[in-house]
Design a protein around this ligand. Structure first.
Ligand code: NAD
Ligand code: DAU
Length: 357
């Protein structure tokens, strides 16, 4: 069933992927309308949307997805026909230290949104609607070194409180399609990288620490594997799913781009040697620290379904994407220094125990 979105509600649109989505969307569809709903947690930053603030087709609403009444009002007032749901607590390490916020936002928050859309779209007979839920490959758990990548039929085996909360939200979305007939789609994507990513995540953390001559913390032996995808390629996949995807379906999105953490950190060090020679060789900063509790060894995504059914192909190579990303952090030093405020520094102290292994 084809869908032509006209008025979008983007939850979590001031975060990493959400803000990139807003920029992507206006570039592709300058006539589209976007309302961003974001609670501006530590991970949300209104400055990420500065370039579109003056656009009459854009509106920012500072609010919480748990506020069903607010969401109902926005759906009605703005005649929203499409929700792209990014809002979440997204950092695995934080979920280990404090799972409550993850269950509250990711499970209850998603349910509050669904209750609002049921009331405004389904109970009032609005047929032209789409609820796209942005999820993660982490719901599938961990892979053995030689196992085939995750397909959409892989069993759900979430291991961290973050992954479990995302799995819970996926199931609730599924149930609203099956029980109430809501037009839902879900995407389960691998690790993203690119501009506006909060420097608590591996790639921006390593770039920022290289510039500051700080230790580059590698958890455990650093042989864990992730499948990296440039953020715009994720958003391109979401765009295809919203327009052409089958309602009630799940689509995996991935980069076919597996890297061990130690290799990715070493690569960034080599690139930083070129950009910031005064700190070279940056690989001397690599420090093996205590491993993440319950650390998943390997993620890899089989994106065959979205490729076959919707013609999806990532545009960015890893080489071009990582260079663009490093350039962005070099050019936007003020951005990442501002987001790394006092509360972020407290978090870093809590999370990292720099005991050499
Ligand atoms: P992020 O942490 O950078 O941004 C999350 C945004 O949600 C922030 O702007 C925050 O203020 C907002 N938010 C949090 N709680 C909210 C609430 N209760 N109400 C309204 N807004 C709230 O996250 P991200 O990395 O951009 O991830 C976005 C989505 O994509 C998440 O659902 C995540 O699970 C999923 N995902 C992320 C990746 C990745 O590699 N980053 C990969 C696959 C899927
Ligand atoms: O797979 C998709 C997921 O990718 C998303 O659902 C999550 O929202 C997103 O945060 C990301 O989760 P990861 O835990 O894989 O990302 P992170 O950047 O935190 O870590 C990447 C890998 O690097 C992981 O194996 C842990 C390791 N790591 C991370 C940090 C922050 C380190 O070795 N040192 C670090 O300091």
């Amino acid at each position: 069933m084809k869908h032509s979105p006209k008025s979008l509600l983007v939850t979590g649109g001031a975060g990493f992927i959400g803000s990139n989505f807003v920029h992507y969307w206006f570039e592709q569809y300058p006539d589209g309308r976007i309302v961003v709903l974001d609670a501006l947690t530590y991970a949300g930053n209104r400055a990420n949307l500065a370039a579109v603030e003056g656009n009459s087709k854009f509106r920012f609403v500072h609010g919480n997805i748990l506020n069903t009444t607010l969401v109902e009002q926005l759906l009605q007032d703005e005649q929203i026909d499409t929700i792209v749901h990014f809002a979440a607590e997204s950092h695995v390490d934080r979920s280990i230290h404090g799972p409550d916020a993850f269950l509250k936002t990711n499970i209850n928050g998603t349910h509050c949104l669904l209750k609002a859309v049921k009331k405004i779209w389904l109970d009032q007979g609005v047929e032209n609607h789409r609820f796209h839920h942005v999820s993660t490959d982490e719901v599938y758990g961990t892979l053995e070194p030689d196992a085939a990548p995750f397909t959409e039929n892989h069993q759900y085996l979430p291991n961290s409180p973050y992954a479990a909360s995302k799995a819970g939200s996926d199931h609730i979305v599924r149930s609203y399609h099956h029980t109430y007939g809501l037009n839902t789609t879900t995407s389960n994507c691998s690790n993203n990288y690119g501009s506006y990513q909060f420097p608590e995540k591996l790639i921006p953390l390593v770039i920022a620490n290289c510039l500051d001559g700080k230790a580059l913390p590698v958890y455990g032996d650093g042989r864990q594997i992730r499948d990296w995808l440039y953020v715009d390629d994720h958003n391109r996949g979401i765009d295809l799913i919203i327009r052409n995807g089958c309602v009630g379906n799940i689509y995996n999105i991935g980069g076919n781009n597996e890297w061990t953490n130690i290799n990715i950190v070493t690569l960034i060090c080599e690139l930083m040697d070129q950009h910031h020679p005064q700190g070279a060789p940056h690989k001397n900063l690599i420090t093996h620290v205590k491993d993440r509790a319950g650390h998943d060894r390997r993620y890899a995504v089989d994106a065959g379904k979205i490729t076959r059914e919707l013609g999806y192909m990532p545009v960015e190579t890893f080489e071009s994407g990582i260079r663009k990303t490093i350039d962005w952090y070099l050019e936007n030093e003020q951005w990442w220094r501002r987001v790394m405020d006092g509360s972020y520094q407290d978090w870093i102290e809590k999370n990292y125990v720099y005991n050499q292994q």
